[in-house]
Write a protein that binds this ligand. Structure first.
Ligand code: PMP
Length: 441
């Protein structure tokens, strides 16, 4: 019987997931997989959270959907209130969508419309960073700085240029302090804005902790503050993409809290749905919202399923859980334990170049040579083979061949549910160590 569904791959069959049990997914054959990456940093509450399930059932029994052209819902209003109450300063409005790419897409269009409304129509350019990923829709793809992903779809819709990422492990010069390095790379933004002409630039977008494309790389202290100053100096909007690193993943509800920076917009998604419902959100400053509200009065953008009542009710329950069950503190403590366990297993490994991250967002960089940091040949597909070996052994981890852009080593991203126990951290690291050994053999 052929399979009619296709997804990321058009070849091969995947096991059928039939049940969720805390940090585990169970397939149709009864095999259990420890979810060491929450899929792709999604499942922050595990796979069987009772409160979220109850909230979804309750909302379904009331009303599932009423089009936002006609109605709001209590669920969406409550979710927005809770997000704003816990957001960085100045972020006062919430636009609810169905995922991360949609949230970034909304950010780009809102930035564009804002400048049209305030009479600066020439501001249309976006600056992002090399190796970045901001989503797969054509606008978000255009913002992203992964050369390989971009090349296939060029010419792209949004004019974007890319500066260096903040990647201290590879790029910090010998003898340079982390702080000096952070200021030096941040100043590339200033140079790029000047090169393009500040009057043509609308926004800079970046992840505070880079997820999928780099493997949990936090910005060095001071970097984002300098970026904020540069944006302000030139009237450029700062958009932070916290689709992966937000919603408590780093131990703070918003990753940028740790950097002491409040952006003009934040895109969130994955952890907000926690896997229970597709949802994303764009938080935006009152200033941007007011310009549009008192201008044309209408954001020229929308999706049929935006503000979906069930998605909002589920997400509200997720946020209540994160905030109300002490999970942010738990992310920090379990994150420290995961970091310690990773260092115990891999710090001396000849092919592990770097172990990094914040909270329960950790990355392992694999290199051919620890001294020179030379990456593995792409043809070895090392990260993909580690993923396959781990999966075989019942562990889900998220691989990326950094060599796609020819600059990084391969890496493995870990982003387990916030409820992960000490024993499960042990299981995760043991299984990962076995998978790395077999993949290198
Ligand atoms: N931004 C970042 C930083 C992401 O990691 C992702 C998803 N990997 C997206 C945007 C896009 O989100 P989605 O897949 O929900 O569209």
């Amino acid at each position: 019987m052929p399979h009619h569904i296709f997804g990321r791959s058009t070849s091969g069959q995947l096991p059928v997931a039939v049940a969720g049990d805390g940090c585990y997914i169970v397939d149709a054959a009864g095999k259990r997989y420890l979810d060491g990456s929450g899929g792709a940093a999604v499942s922050c509450l595990g796979h069987s959270d009772e409160a979220v399930r109850a909230a979804l059932h309750a909302q379904l029994d009331r009303i599932a959907f009423a089009h936002t052209g006609f109605f709001t819902s209590q669920a969406a209003e409550d979710l927005a209130d809770l997000l704003v109450a816990n957001a960085p300063e100045g972020l006062e409005r919430v636009y609810l969508v169905s995922g991360g790419s949609e949230a970034v897409e909304a950010a780009l269009k809102l930035a564009r419309q804002y400048f049209l409304e305030i009479g600066q129509p020439q501001r249309h350019r976006v600056i992002a960073r090399r190796q970045s990923y901001h989503g797969n829709t054509l606008g978000a793809l255009a913002a992203g700085g992964n050369a390989w992903r971009r090349a296939q779809f060029a010419p792209l819709l949004v004019e974007t240029s890319h500066i260096a990422p903040c990647y201290e492990y590879r790029d910090r010069a010998e003898g340079e302090s982390a702080e000096a390095y952070g200021l030096r790379v941040a100043d590339e933004l200033d140079a790029e804005i000047r090169r393009l002409g500040p009057e043509t630039v609308m926004a800079f977008i970046a992840e505070p902790v880079v997820g999928a494309t780099a493997g949990a790389v936090p910005a060095v202290p001071g970097y984002l503050k300098r970026i904020r100053e540069i944006c302000d100096r030139h009237g450029v909007l700062l958009i932070l993409d916290e689709v992966m690193c937000g919603m408590g993943r780093t131990g703070h509800l918003f990753a940028c809290e740790e950097d002491g920076v409040a952006p003009d917009m934040i895109a969130i998604a994955k952890g907000l749905g926690a896997g229970y419902q597709p949802i994303g959100a764009l938080l935006t400053s009152g200033r941007l919202y007011d310009a549009i509200a008192s201008g044309s009065g209408f954001f020229q953008h929308g999706h049929t399923y935006m503000g979906h009542a069930m998605a909002a009710a589920g997400a509200k329950a997720v946020l209540d859980a994160i905030l109300g069950r002490g999970l942010l503190a738990r992310v920090r403590s379990q994150g420290d334990k995961l970091d310690a366990a990773l260092r115990a297993a891999f710090a001396q490994h000849p092919h592990v170049g770097d172990i990094r991250g914040r909270g329960l967002f950790r990355g392992l960089e694999l290199v051919a040579d620890r001294e020179t940091k030379a990456p593995f040949e792409p043809a070895r597909r090392l990260a993909a083979r580690i993923k396959a070996e781990a999966f075989q052994a019942g562990l889900i981890c998220y691989p990326m061949g950094g060599t796609i852009d020819g600059v990084n080593g391969d890496h493995i991203l870990l982003a387990p549910p916030f409820i992960i126990s000490d024993d499960q951290i042990g299981e995760l690291v043991d299984k990962l160590a076995g998978a790395v050994t077999r993949a290198l053999a």
